[in-house]
Design a protein around this ligand. Structure first.
Ligand SMILES: [Zn+2]
Length: 329
């Protein structure tokens, strides 16, 4: 699982520079049962660590999902003679027929990639170095540390950037398009088929995984998910809105698909994720483009865009490589 992430990030790491030397990245697992992940930047090596608790929850969750034939019916039926599992009551691993077993692995892998790409953004885009320089503390993902030096607005803006980077990476790494780097935004020629499937099924996978990861974080969040005050991460409603929205936005700006088709493909994943969640937990999450959510999220995003303009010059000096999101648009 981690080797796949390392291989996908290798082209960026190869171009990355740290303190004037080539960048070195380690990715590891920590024996801690909390749902958490870390981006740590030492003097020579950059490190991403994922807690085993996060990976275990994701594995169990998707095995539960695929034990229900109603979830993702396009991946075939589960022929094993077992009652579908629910997360609350049962933590054993279900038996899955081969195709559903393989499909659950794809979803687990994609979820872990989403987490790793998010942490990678904290390193590659200079967030972790910046936080360490201004506060003297390493950047720790879920821990809601109060800090005089780094405002909640700054924190949320960095998280917003990391989420956007992660969605972009997930799309480009799963769709594997031919990328034209000479234009801004870069243009993608979609292959329409690769080892993961066709464009439609890949976008559905990415959209579903992105939303499900945020549903999990919303479920574990003790803070109100629709209030931005006093918290390090944007509230989960806003994260779901812009992380899901980044899928049709990228497809519209970079491919021939356009907004409507991109949105339709992403929406198929959102609906599947919401239905699957409701079956497993008996609680139905709201759609990320839920009406009441739009103004609330758009207001927050305009705050982050303004904050990004202020943070950009410092981050641009600390980034490992590549290009940060433009402060202009
Ligand atoms: Zn983060």
């Amino acid at each position: 699982m981690l080797a796949v992430a390392k291989a996908m990030l290798a082209p960026l790491v190869e171009k990355g520079v740290k303190n004037g030397k080539p960048m070195e990245l380690e990715i590891g697992i920590i024996a801690n049962t909390d749902f958490n992940a870390f981006a740590y930047t030492g003097y020579e090596v950059d490190l991403i660590a994922i807690n085993i608790g996060a990976i275990n929850r994701i594995i169990h969750f998707y095995r539960c999902i695929f034990s229900h034939n109603e979830n993702w019916p396009e991946y075939g039926e589960n022929h094993t003679d077992q009652v579908p599992l629910f997360v609350q009551s049962d933590t054993t691993s279900p038996l899955l027929s081969l195709q559903r077993e393989q499909s659950s692995h794809t979803f687990i892998q994609t979820s872990v990639l989403y987490m790793i790409f998010h942490e990678f953004a904290h390193i590659y885009n200079g967030h972790a170095d910046w936080v360490y320089r201004v506060s003297g503390h390493p950047l720790q993902e879920i821990f809601e540390r109060q800090s005089e030096e780094v405002s909640f607005e700054d924190w949320q803006t960095l998280e917003w950037d990391a989420d956007q980077f992660a969605v972009y990476q997930l799309l480009v790494q799963t769709l594997t398009p031919e990328v034209d780097f000479s234009t801004r935004p870069t243009k993608w020629r979609l292959l329409n088929n690769n080892a993961l499937g066709d464009t439609k099924s890949i976008v559905k996978l990415v959209s579903s995984v992105v939303l499900t990861c945020h549903f999990i974080m919303a479920a574990l969040d003790n803070n109100p998910i629709n209030n931005a005050n006093g918290r390090r991460h944007p509230p989960e409603y806003a994260r779901q809105y812009y992380a899901f929205g980044a899928i049709p936005l990228n497809l519209d700006a970079r491919t021939e698909l356009g907004w409507d088709t991109g949105n339709e493909l992403a929406n198929a994943g959102a609906i599947e994720a919401i239905k699957a969640w409701a079956r497993i937990f008996q609680v139905s999450p709201v759609h990320p483009f839920y009406e009441d959510n739009i103004d609330f999220s758009a207001d927050l995003i305009s705050i982050y865009i303004k904050r990004w303009r202020k943070l950009y010059p410092a981050l641009n000096k600390l980034k490992r490589g590549g290009e940060l999101a433009s402060p202009q648009n």
